[in-house]
Design a protein around this ligand. Sequence first.
Ligand code: NAD
Length: 490
Amino acid sequence: MVGLAARHLRNLRRRDFAAGAALIDGRWIAGEQRDVVVDPATGEEIADVARCSAVDMTVAIAAAERSFAAWRELLPARRGAILRTWASLMLDHSEELAVLVTSEQGKPLAEARQEIAYGAGFLEWFAAEGERAYGETIPSHKPGSLLQVRMQPIGIAAAITPWNFPVAMITRKAGAALAAGCPMIVKPAPETPLSALAAARLAEEAGVPAGVFQVVIGDPIELSAPLLRDTRIRALSFTGSTQVGRLLLEGAADTVKKVSLELGGHAPFLIFDDVDLGKAVKGAMVAKFATSGQDCLAANRIYVQRGVYKAFIEAFAAEMAQLKVGHGLEPATDIGPMTKLSVAKKCRGQIDDAERKGARIISANQESVLGPNFVLPTLLSDVTEDMLIAREETFGPVTAVLPFESEEEVVARANTSEMGLAGYVYTDSLRRALRLSERIECGMVGINTASFTGPPVPFGGWKQSGLGREGSRHGLAEYMELKYVCFGDL
Ligand code: NAD
C-alpha cells in the first residue's frame, strides 16, 4: 500500500520538486548512482536522489569560480532583486515545499509552512542588507592621508546543512552569501535532500545564475573532502553536531578557511517563583516541543524554583498530555517522528538512564505503536546533574525538570555546560532579568519569551556551541573580508 507521504508527493503540482537531481553549473544532474529518501514516520521509501561523487563536487567548485566575477560585479540592488524573487517564489510554493519538508523530515505540516516563511524571510532581509555593507573612514593617525576600510566578498562559500530545518538552514546561509557577492555550494543532509533541491529549482527560476547557487548531494565525507581541500573555497558554514563541527574545523585548518559553526545546544530554561506560571508553562512548551524537540534552541534543562516546582510539573504535564503524536501530514499532529532513528534511541537512552538514577517519569517511555522513530512526549522530574539528560543535548520531546533554591545557585548550574547557544529566563523582576541577561553564558537569551530568532538578529553560540553568527549584519560579515586602504601623500 502506498503511504501518506508518497501519495502527497505524487500529487505535487510541481512534480520536478521530487525529481532528485542535483544542481551543478546550471544543469540538473540525475547521476548514475542513486540514494533513497525515506518517510521517517513509516520507513517507507518515498523518492530516490542522485548520489554525487567527489568529481561532481570539483565540477561545482570550478563552476562557482567561473560565476564569481560576474556575481560580485552585479550591483547589490540587482543581487537583492534576485533574492527577493527567490523569496516570493518560495512563498508562492509554500504548500508544496512544506509537503516535501514534512515527508522527509517528519515535522507537522503547520511547522513546515512556518519554516518556509521563516526561510524566505532570510532571503528578503539579506537582499536589503547587502546594500548596506558599508565600510568606514577612519580619522587618520598619519598627516596627509585618508584611511578607509572596505567590505568585499570573501570568495566561494560552502554550506553543510542539517535535517531539522532543511530549507531555512540553507536560506539563512545562502541569503547572506549571495547578498555579499559570494557563490555558494550547499551539501544538504542526506535525510532531507528533496527540500534543498526544490529550493534550488526556485533559485534558478528567480534568476540566480549558473554556478552561483549549487546543491550537491551524496555521501557527506566524500563530498566534504574536496570542499575542505580546495583553496578556492574561502568560507565554510556548518550547522549540525559539535562532533562533526570539530572535524570540519580541523579539516579547514590546512587551507585556513573562514569557518562558521552552528552546533549543538543544551539550553537552560530558568523559572523563578515570582513569575506568572501560566506564561512560563506556555513558553516552556514552545521551547521544548517545537520541531518535536529537534531544535538546537530546545529547552534541555528546565530549572524551576522550589516555590513553584510542584505546580509547574502539574501544569506542564497537563499541557503535555494534550499533545497529539502522529504523522506530520495528519492535520491534528503536534509531535512527529524523529527524523533519524539514532535520535529516537538517544532519547530513550536518556530516559532509561534518568529512571535508573532516580528521576520520576510522568509520561510513558515506551516505543510508540506508531513506529521506532517516534518518541512520546515525556517529562522527567527530580532530574539531577549526574543524569545524562542534564549533561548532553536531547534533541527530542523529552523534558528534564530540576528544582533550584537561589539565583546564585541556578546561574552557576546553568553555566556549567560546555554548550552556550540559548538560554531562557522567566521572572517578573526587571532587576533579576537584567542581571541574568548579563550572567548567562550563551549567545542568545530570551527573557519571558520562547520565540526570539529571525533575520535581523544574530544567531549563534558561545563555547562549544559554535563560532560566528548567522542572520543580522553579523551574518553578512561572515561572507566578507575587510580591506584597509591608506591613501598617503594627499
Ligand atoms: P551531523 O552533524 O552528523 O549532520 C549534520 C550535517 O553534517 C549533515 O549534512 C551531514 O551529512 C553532515 N556530516 C555528517 N558527518 C560528516 C562528516 N564526517 N564530514 C562532513 N559532513 C558531515 O548531525 P546528525 O548526526 O544528523 O545529528 C546528531 C546530533 O547533531 C543531533 O542529535 C543534534 O544534537 C545535533 N544537530 C544539531 C543541529 C543544529 O541545528 N545545531 C542540527 C542537526 C543535528
